[in-house]
Design a protein around this ligand. Structure first.
Ligand SMILES: *Cc1c(COP(=O)(O)O)cnc(C)c1O
Length: 548
């Protein structure tokens, strides 16, 4: 803010007698400043709590395109205001008039480019209550019933994934010495947790070595007489796995990306060959093999039963990254797609994706209820040895009671309710794929196994040229198509009504080069086939205005 403005503002503050003293602080800590402030609050909260989707459509992401460079000019203040500047109601009004319009309307049914979408309105209520209770599930002393509730929710989810016996769950659901999984802040930390466990399992204590967690990587390598530790995943692996490689000291170069086959899932022959090569000299260990259940870019599912076989034969930790696809298990119609997941040593599932929870929450599950012992930590003031504190076996420290929200949502919607949303997404994506196939200006690139598909725009003239072109010429033509698709995606996004994302993929799984593709994720239950037609119409229209 310019110096002049700052001065004006502080004068205004004084006029309004907004200042911090003990008395006003005390008041502002427990209630709105005055009746009018309260009325403003009620007005907005009523809209948010009882008319969420109308509210979002009316207020969020409605400003005409404004560049980030332009926006950022309004956000250059670096000094904290010493005295209060605004009342609560004014701050909320500002958020609704200045921030919301320039945020992204991820709840729009036309916003089909990302894994962040509309959420059921009651999630906002649950989130508010979770914040109000402000429990910290790191330890019993700050959460009590929320800790046992969390164990119950973890068991329900574990049962969804692994379907063990009643006796198994009776033994573990409230067992203070075992853990079926843990809540995390998202898929990234869930993947890191799983691979952290896998790494530690690989280097257990032995004579003169007390384990990798205590002694570190150098000593682990020396004690076990090794040079290298690797993690295997297909090229479609999420980049959080490379972060895990970095954080865990494995090195992200050693998170090896295996080629995909003609189904765009991990190439089993190449994988087998790679494992043989890695094992040959006995100086490399494989910390984990990862199967993807819903690849971020394509929605593809790896052949989990075959990966489970390989892991069993080779004694490798089998992790399934089901951050996206996990909730498909709640659809009776499609749960078969995830067959084999019950053989995974660990499984990642995001809450803020297809469990439709607000940002941010994820989960990680382990087949072995003792697996998380590999990362147990104790502290003198919390999480004492032998306590039931959930924070003993988590990557995160202090943590919100996300289980409260998931538990309530499951009660409100039931497995069947979630199943219906999953089925809507998959079936709408299939209908979308048909539309794309039927339109001469489009080319489907990756088919929707789940609710994600990719395609590109191909003008008729270039389509004919491509059909007749040799390899060299194809590269040139594809480069021209890349340019066209980048522009269409950008112009559509800037126009502000619809949004698809874009990425680079091989047109045919076994091609040499990547091409630019448009990527869509159909998860909003309000996205209809008609809306998808409108989105394609708009892209055709944009194409007709492009000079290429
Ligand atoms: C989204 C995603 C992740 C990362 O999850 P975050 O919640 O964004 O941290 C990991 N793996 C897959 C397959 C994902 O789709």
């Amino acid at each position: 803010m310019a110096a002049k403005d700052q001065k004006k503002n502080s004068l205004k503050d004084r006029d309004q007698e907004l200042f911090a003293d003990w008395q006003t602080l005390h008041r502002v800590f427990i209630r709105p400043e005055d009746e009018s402030s309260k009325q403003t609050l009620i007005k907005y909260m009523e809209q948010i709590l009882f008319g969420l989707h109308d509210f979002l459509n009316k207020h969020v992401g409605v400003t005409e395109e404004i560049s980030l460079a332009e926006l950022s000019k309004n956000y250059t203040e670096v000094k904290i205001n010493a005295e209060p500047r605004k009342k609560l109601a004014e701050v909320i009004e500002d958020i609704i008039t200045d921030i919301a319009p320039r945020a992204v309307n991820v709840a729009s049914p036309y916003f089909i480019g990302h894994m962040t979408s509309a959420i059921p309105f009651f999630m906002v209520h649950l989130k508010a209550i979770s914040a109000a209770l402000n429990q910290n599930v790191i330890k019993l002393e700050t959460s009590k019933v929320l800790s046992v509730l969390e164990k119950q929710v973890l068991a329900k989810m574990h049962c969804m994934v692994y379907g063990k016996s009643q006796a198994f769950y009776a033994k573990h659901v409230q067992n203070t010495r075992t853990a079926l999984g843990s809540f995390t802040t998202g898929g990234t930390t869930a993947n890191i947790t799983a691979l952290w466990v896998a790494r530690n399992k690989l280097f257990p204590p032995k004579e003169g070595f007390s384990g990798i967690e205590e002694n570190g990587f150098f000593e682990a390598m020396r004690a076990h007489d090794l040079d290298r530790v690797v993690i295997l995943v297909s090229k479609r692996g999420h980049f959080s796995l490379r972060k895990a490689g970095g954080i865990l000291g494995i090195g992200n170069r050693n998170v090896i990306a295996v080629d995909v086959d003609e189904n765009r899932s991990i190439d089993l022959a190449k994988l087998q060959h790679l494992i043989q090569t890695l094992k040959k000299d006995g100086r490399t260990k494989i910390a984990a093999l990862i199967g993807i259940a819903g690849a971020t870019e394509t929605g593809i599912i790896d052949p989990l039963p075959q990966l489970a076989d390989i892991c069993e034969q080779q004694n490798i930790h089998f992790h399934v990254d089901a951050a996206w696809g996990g909730p498909v298990l709640l659809s009776e119609r499609y749960r078969g797609l995830l067959k084999g997941i019950e053989r995974a040593d660990s499984v990642t599932i995001d809450c803020h994706k297809q469990f439709y929870m607000p940002m941010t929450a994820g989960m990680v599950y382990f087949k072995d209820p003792k697996a998380l012992d590999a990362i147990a930590y104790h502290a003198r003031y919390v999480n004492r040895k032998g306590s039931v504190d959930l924070g003993i076996k988590t990557l995160e420290g202090s943590r919100e009671s996300s289980s409260l929200i998931l538990d309530a949502a499951l009660k409100i919607m039931g497995a069947r309710g979630y199943g219906l949303m999953i089925e809507h997404g998959i079936e709408t994506a299939k209908a979308f794929a048909d539309k794309i196939r039927q339109r001469p200006l489009f080319e489907l690139v990756s088919h929707p196994v789940l609710n994600i598909l990719t395609y590109r725009v191909v003008p008729e003239q270039i389509r004919h040229q491509l059909a007749a072109a040799g390899p060299e010429e194809q590269i040139t033509l594809n480069a021209a198509l890349d340019e066209i698709n980048i522009n269409i995606q950008r112009i559509q996004r800037e126009a502000g009504k619809s949004f698809v994302s874009r990425t680079r993929l091989k047109l045919h799984p076994l091609d040499e080069n990547n091409v630019v593709v448009l990527r869509t994720v159909i998860m909003n239950p309000m996205t209809t086939p008609d809306i998808l037609d409108e989105i394609l119409d708009e892209q055709e229209l944009i194409l007709s205005t492009l000079n290429w």
